[in-house]
Every structure is written in structure tokens, then in C-alpha cells.
Write a protein that binds this ligand. Structure first.
Ligand code: NAD
Length: 250
């Protein structure tokens, strides 16, 4: 039920962190994984998977450019003939008090975290609806559910709440076409994104105290949930949001 043999999976922001863990889990389940990322480092990440005998390739993609998302979908359909899985994982976060947030920063966060998710979902949702099957997984955040005090992240929080509701909206529209759309909302996971925050002893202490499981999550623990949502094991889930936060939001 968790095998993905002969399926093509696109993971945006798959070069590192949670995205790379998801790319790894999907490739281990037999999928041919396309790491779509800004970073040229994505080539190295795909190479790492190929060295283990897994199927992976890197394609450059800036999710904020809808034309690039459309071109990638077209190119992958020409190359593979089908795409079954899209993981909208690319995302950015800034810790800026609301009164100090510039227009540019607000727009940049929404460009990547919200517009990017929609451009890629539309490009690949079209392909999946034509195929009559597909699974889209959006990486939202517990910050879209609760406000993470004392970190000032109004733009990030709002962008992730938008991702969760976009997930439900697309799930409702595309269910009849055989396309499932679900979200994962992680809590604190040890990656580049949280590295700076963890260096702040007070934040680190707060994060661990507020997490009932008493530790940060591993990228692989988010990846396991993505594998479930990508696979037929989750065939009756659409529009759902799996909260993977060690109990932070309970
Ligand atoms: P990360 O910073 O380690 O990795 C993000 C990846 O996205 C990088 O490879 C980066 O190059 C890529 N990326 C950024 N902008 C892009 C763009 N415009 N186009 C294509 N790729 C782009 O972050 P991470 O911690 O692995 O986070 C992955 C996702 O999980 C994000 O959406 C983030 O908001 C979400 N998330 C992370 C945490 C956490 O604690 N780490 C918690 C909740 C949600």
C-alpha cells in the first residue's frame, strides 16, 4: 500500500531539509523523483539518491514564476508521459515584527509560500485531472493554526493559513477528477530554516518546553507522513491537514 513504483513525483524545494527527506522517502518507495529547486545544490541531492540506486533527477524551478511551473509540467509529461505526485514544499520564513515588515518582504513570503503553491498546483493539477489520478501534498505549518509567540512572523503565519485553506479549496474542486489534495503542518523540525532560531538559547528552551514530546522533529518524520499521503494507503483522505508537531498545538 505504500509502494509508488512507476509513479513520477515532483518535490519543490527538494534540495535540502524537509523536501530532501520527502524526496528520499518517495524514491525509496519506488517513485521516480524530480527535485525541483532554485538551488543548483539540487543536482547534488539528486545525485546522492541515484548513487543509492534510486530514481531521481534535478530540475531548476523558481516556484514564484508560474511560467516555469507550467513549462516543468509540460516537459515532464513529454519525458515521462505522466506525473502522479506533487509535493509543494518550497517555502521561506522571516522573523520580522509586523511594524517593520516592508512591502517587499511581505510580497516575497506570499510569492513563495502561497503563489508558488498555487502556480505549481495549477500546472500539475491540470495534468493530474487529465490523467484522472494524482496526489498533491502541501507543506503548510503549525504556524498557520496557532501564532507562535514570541516569534514575530505575521507574514509567514498568514501565508501558511492560506496554504491550509487553499488545500481544502482545491481538494473540493478536484476530487471528482480523481485528484486528492492534502496538507502537512509540521511543528519545529531541525533544518536550515530553524537553525538560526535554535542558536537562540531562550527560543530553543521555549520550543522544547512547549513541545509535549520534548524534542524537535526530524525531517524524516514529516517525510513518512508525505509518503502516506502520496500512497494508496491514504485513498480516502482529501482536504485533510496532518499536524506533525510533537503535540505543540494540542
Ligand atoms: P529549508 O530552508 O531547509 O529548505 C527550503 C528549500 O526550498 C530550499 O532547498 C530552497 O532552495 C527551496 N526554495 C526556496 N525558495 C524557493 C523558490 N522560490 N523556488 C523553489 N525552491 C525554493 O526549509 P525546510 O525547513 O526544509 O522547510 C520546508 C518547508 O517546510 C517550508 O515550506 C517550510 O515553511 C515548512 N515548514 C518547516 C518547518 C521547520 O521547522 N523546519 C516547520 C513548519 C513548516
Amino acid at each position: 500500500q505504500f509502494r509508488l513504483d512507476d509513479q513520477v513525483a515532483v518535490v519543490t524545494g527538494g534540495a535540502r531539509g524537509i523536501g530532501f527527506a520527502i524526496a528520499t522517502a518517495l524514491a525509496e518507495a519506488g517513485a521516480c523523483v524530480v527535485i525541483a529547486d532554485l538551488e543548483v545544490a539540487g543536482e547534488q541531492s539528486a545525485h546522492q539518491l541515484r548513487e543509492r540506486g534510486l530514481q531521481a533527477e534535478f530540475r531548476p524551478l523558481d516556484v514564484t514564476r508560474s511560467a516555469q511551473a507550467d513549462a516543468l509540467a509540460k516537459s515532464l509529461v513529454e519525458h515521462y508521459g505522466h506525473v502522479e505526485i506533487l509535493v509543494n514544499n518550497a517555502g521561506i520564513c522571516r522573523n520580522t515584527p509586523a511594524l517593520e515588515t516592508s512591502d517587499e518582504e511581505w510580497l516575497q513570503i506570499f510569492d513563495v509560500n502561497v503563489h508558488g503553491v498555487f502556480w505549481c498546483s495549477r500546472a500539475f493539477g491540470r495534468v493530474m485531472a487529465q490523467q484522472g489520478r494524482g496526489s498533491i501534498i502541501n507543506i503548510a505549518s503549525m504556524s498557520g493554526i496557532i501564532v507562535n509567540k514570541p516569534q514575530p512572523q505575521a507574514a509567514y503565519n498568514a501565508s501558511k493559513a492560506a496554504v491550509a485553506h487553499l488545500t481544502r479549496s482545491l481538494a473540493a474542486e478536484w476530487a471528482s477528477a480523481g485528484v486528492r489534495v492534502n496538507a502537512i503542518s509540521p511543528g519545529y523540525i531541525g533544518t536550515e530554516m530553524t537553525k538560526r532560531g535554535l542558536e537562540n538559547p531562550q527560543w530553543r528552551k521555549d520550543w522544547l518546553e512547549l513541545t509535549p514530546l520534548g524534542r524537535l522533529g526530524e525531517p524524516s518524520e514529516v517525510a513518512n507522513c508525505a509518503l502516506f499521503l502520496a500512497s494508496p494507503a491514504s485513498s480516502y483522505l482529501t482536504g485533510s491537514e496532518l499536524v506533525v508537531d510533537g503535540g505543540y498545538t494540542v
